[in-house]
Design a protein around this ligand. Structure first.
Ligand SMILES: *Cc1c(COP(=O)(O)O)cnc(C)c1O
Length: 230
């Protein structure tokens, strides 16, 4: 089942790329495995999927310990500063950096181990009160400050679009963040690249790919509904 779901999602990504005149190789599928057991990831691995997304540090570390070391673990959830230290050496990319204080903590913990942490800056593009992420207007200023850290490397932007039944309603938000990322790239800030644009989830990843996503984060569409009560 998981394998079939992954094939379906990959096909949809290819279709969206064709529609937008993009190369499908530009798009990385992140299988969001939060709350799902190790056995589900083992099944997904059979399809060659190596990128997995988790939103809790503890769960990411537990899975890291028992699964193959060639997996790329993406931290996609809100990150508390006191948990940063556990991610050193285990995470491939942190998608959810939205404050200078958090970036400072990452700098401190990764410097201790002489490692560099690749990050995305999370933008609350629809300005939803319930969501983490920085306002679009403040993004460049934050990036300029984080860019000074030697052990933090900004690779791009991430956003979580509003929950919706109609993916078309998020197209405008995806366009906006794509434009923001191009604007920032054009500033040529040292130590900052804008190659990654992480946007699109089960409900709207096709539209996100059409609008320039280079990483999509798909959970339900691969592993099925999550049950938070077990
Ligand atoms: C859970 C989660 C996803 C995946 O959501 P689905 O709707 O199940 O695809 C993507 N991004 C983030 C940040 C998440 O927390």
């Amino acid at each position: 089942m998981i394998n079939e779901n992954i094939s379906k999602v990959r096909e949809n990504i290819v279709k969206s790329c064709e529609k937008a005149g993009r190369n499908p190789e530009e798009v990385t599928l992140i299988a969001v495995s939060k709350t799902k057991p190790v056995s589900a990831i083992e099944e997904a691995l059979l399809s060659g999927t190596l990128d997995y997304g988790e939103n809790k540090v503890q769960e990411l570390c537990d899975k890291y310990d028992v699964l193959p070391k060639n997996i790329r673990w993406h931290m996609i959830g809100h990150l508390q500063r006191n948990k940063v230290k556990y991610l050193v050496g285990k995470t491939y990319l942190v998608h959810s950096v939205d404050s200078l204080r958090l970036a400072e903590q990452i700098e401190k913990e990764f410097a201790k181990h002489n490692q560099v942490c690749d990050i995305l800056v999370e933008v609350n593009i629809a300005q939803e009160e319930s969501k983490f992420g920085i306002n679009a207007k403040e993004t460049e200023e934050l990036i300029r400050k984080i860019a000074k850290f030697e052990h933090v490397r900004i690779k791009g932007l991430m956003t979580i679009a509003p929950y919706t039944e109609d993916p078309e309603s998020n197209r405008e938000y995806f366009r906006e963040i794509k434009k923001l990322s191009v604007d920032i790239r054009d500033k040529n800030i040292d130590n900052v690249s804008m190659d990654v644009l992480s946007m699109g989830m089960t409900g709207d990843y096709m539209v996100a790919v059409e609008e320039g996503a280079t990483m999509v984060r798909v959970g339900t569409g691969i592993f099925g509904e999550r049950n938070y009560n077990i």
